[in-house]
Design a protein around this ligand. Structure first.
Ligand code: F6R
Length: 609
């Protein structure tokens, strides 16, 4: 949700900022802007994608070696140049970029208006520039004092990078509930809202915590707490491979990331298993902790929530522990009744999703043990949860999640299997067999990619102009239908719905017309016949049925088209069925000529409510 990059060093800032912003564009792409400090501060902004800003800068000779940049996902005010960041205070004393939301900005606008401040934009960010300016001039103590007073005065979430006119060789930053890292390199200091923006220049980073600030000089960074006292931070090394933030010959990040799935699934399995055992020691989650769990809540948003829906089927079936799955934005406000011996699992790729983070805090306040299943190392959810199981997906750049989803599923299966063993619901032999089977998934996913990509590409061009699609299944097949449907609608803008196959007759079947596309997922042998009957009902009303099923389930009577997938344990089918669903969403979108990596109105990492 918006991207920030900043640089203070020996090299030309403009190239570094534009390069960094190009790696962050997945966080927002309504408008972009930079501010470069030479003698004075010069600001350039453009509406729309970063390419517009680049065009504007093509003939500019910007020599400054200090600057800040921003790519925006609009919250307050429409996406136009006036509302684009950087924003400046009334007399240009403060130049600032901001991620997040200032909840009490109206109240601060009123206060500042009483002191003759004027406002030119509709954003909540401009208010930050002016309130910092106000405190800076009122108390005359300096940047850290003005920033800290601002942090105490404003409510909401923010990561800010600020340039003070009076301090030409410094960039000041601060954050609360919005991610930000600081990179240290020989040539200078970097700040960014996400690792890919600076990975090319340095792997050495500091994580700045909530309500902390820092001053980036050309050769060092100084950290401060809310009292203005200097604090020490540990330099951490990012282990990600640089190539993961590049398209590497693929046309889009989404298809590249889909093709990375066999590898990241394998990495995630091997991270937690070995010698026929699951080992969660890295997360300090020991057998005793697991033994005492009587109830599980899984809380997440979007696709991560769908992983939770799948996980609930698997965990309940394998362990007989009751599982409740909640959408984080609902959970946080519905005063959930949480027993002390329950476990709250928060699933999040970014580890920064505002609602998921708030849900985690709710659970912690209730004194309940929390577990984060998180992809981004050092993110807020990873840091605040009692236990963390990291997914090994590496950086995910496409806005629509694919590979992170698949690795989250794997961690949930492993959690279910380990819980089942600890709770003595399965035998050692069954445990080993499940582990053996889970290890076959990377190869099976690879074979689906190899065998179905071309077929799905053709199918997609045939159906590219449809307006509606339906996804149906039962049990785990219904759970994965939810994800298939979301994937299609978010990138292709085709309206789609996922339905429990048995529920269609209760209303939705009236939407079926000649050639309505219906994806039937049929992997669960014990209820396959029932789903097949539902598909036949739809087909006889004109629906065009594409079924996804393993060889041992015959869907021919119910299908116009069959996508066959390899066989696996009933628990693991979502890992296989999701692949054709992701491919379908991808190719439908490409056939419609849309920007699949940056769907309209969306941004990766939703750090606002
Ligand atoms: C859909 C998608 C979103 C995210 C959701 C949660 O493709 O990516 O629905 O799954 O915004 O994000 P994280 O996992 O970062 O908490």
């Amino acid at each position: 949700m918006c991207g920030i990059v900043g640089y203070n060093g020996k090299n030309k800032a403009v190239d570094i900022l534009l390069d960094g912003l190009s790696k962050l564009e997945y966080r927002g792409y309504d408008s972009a802007g930079i501010a470069i400090r030479d003698k004075d501060i010069t600001i350039f902004k453009a509406k729309g994608k970063l390419s517009n800003l680049k065009e504007k800068l093509a003939n500019e000779k910007l020599k400054g070696t200090c600057g800040i940049g921003h790519t925006r996902w609009a919250t307050h005010g429409e996406p136009n140049e006036n509302n684009a960041h950087p924003h400046i205070s009334n007399d240009g004393n403060i130049t600032l970029v901001h991620n997040g939301i200032i909840e009490n900005y109206q109240e601060i606008v009123e206060k500042l208006k009483r002191h003759n401040y004027k406002f030119y934009s509709e954003t909540d960010t401009e208010v930050l520039a002016n309130i910092i300016d106000y405190y800076y001039k009122k108390y005359k103590i300096g940047p850290i004092d003005a920033i800290n007073r601002t942090m105490v005065r404003v409510r909401g979430s923010y990561a800010i990078a600020v340039m003070f006119k009076d301090y030409p060789d410094e960039i000041w930053v601060a954050r609360k509930d919005s991610p930000m890292i600081i990179g240290e390199a020989k040539d200078g200091m970097y700040v960014a809202s996400d690792v890919p923006a600076i990975l090319k220049y340095t792997r050495n980073v500091y994580y700045i915590d909530n309500l902390e600030a820092a001053c980036l000089k050309k050769d060092k960074v100084i950290f401060y707490d809310l009292n203005g006292d200097i604090i020490q931070k540990e330099l951490k090394e990012i282990k990600w491979d640089l190539s993961v933030a590049e398209k590497g010959g693929y046309e889009h990040f989404m298809i590249k990331e889909i093709n990375e799935e066999p590898d990241v699934i394998k990495k995630t399995i091997s991270y937690y298993t070995g010698n026929d055992k699951i080992d969660f020691a890295k997360s300090n989650l020991n057998k005793e902790d697991l033994k005492n769990i009587k109830e599980i809540y899984i809380v997440a948003c979007g696709s991560a929530y769908h992983v939770g829906v799948c996980a609930a089927y698997v965990i309940e079936d394998l362990t007989r522990i009751p599982v409740r799955v909640d959408i984080a934005s609902e959970f946080r406000y519905r005063k959930p009744i949480l027993n002390k011996d329950s476990l709250v699992v928060i699933i999040s790729q970014s580890g920064e999703t505002a609602d998921s983070l708030a849900a985690l805090r709710e659970a912690k306040n209730a004194g309940v043990k929390t577990l984060g299943i998180v992809n981004v190392v050092g993110s807020s959810i990873a840091r605040e949860a009692d236990h963390v199981l990291y997914t090994m997906a590496g950086p995910e750049i496409a806005v629509a999640t694919t590979k992170a989803f698949s690795t989250q599923l794997i961690v949930c299966y492993l959690l279910a299997i380990e819980l089942a063993m600890v709770k003595e619901q399965i035998t050692k032999k069954e445990y080993i067999e499940l582990l053996k089977e889970i290890n076959t998934l990377p190869t099976k996913v690879e074979s689906i990619l190899k065998d179905s990509t071309n077929t799905i590409q053709k199918l997609s061009s045939q159906f590219a102009s449809i307006h509606d699609a339906f996804y149906i299944g039962r049990g785990l097949d219904y759970a994965i239908s939810l994800e298939g449907s979301l994937k299609l609608k978010e990138v292709s803008y085709i309206h789609s719905e996922a339905y429990a196959a048995g529920e269609l007759k209760h209303g939705t079947i009236s939407l079926i017309e000649d050639n309505t596309l219906v994806i039937g997922i049929v992997t669960q042998e014990y209820i396959a016949e029932k789903t097949i009957s539902n598909l036949i009902e739809v087909k006889s009303r004109g629906g065009y049925i594409v079924s996804i099923a393993p060889k041992n389930i015959d869907t021919s009577k119910a299908s116009n088209f069959i996508l066959t997938i390899p066989e696996t344990s009933k628990y693991f089918y979502p890992s296989l069925t999701v692949i054709p669903l992701q491919l379908l969403a991808y190719y439908m979108t490409v056939s419609r000529g849309l920007d699949v990596d940056k769907p309209r109105n969306l941004a990766k990492s939703v750090t606002v409510e």
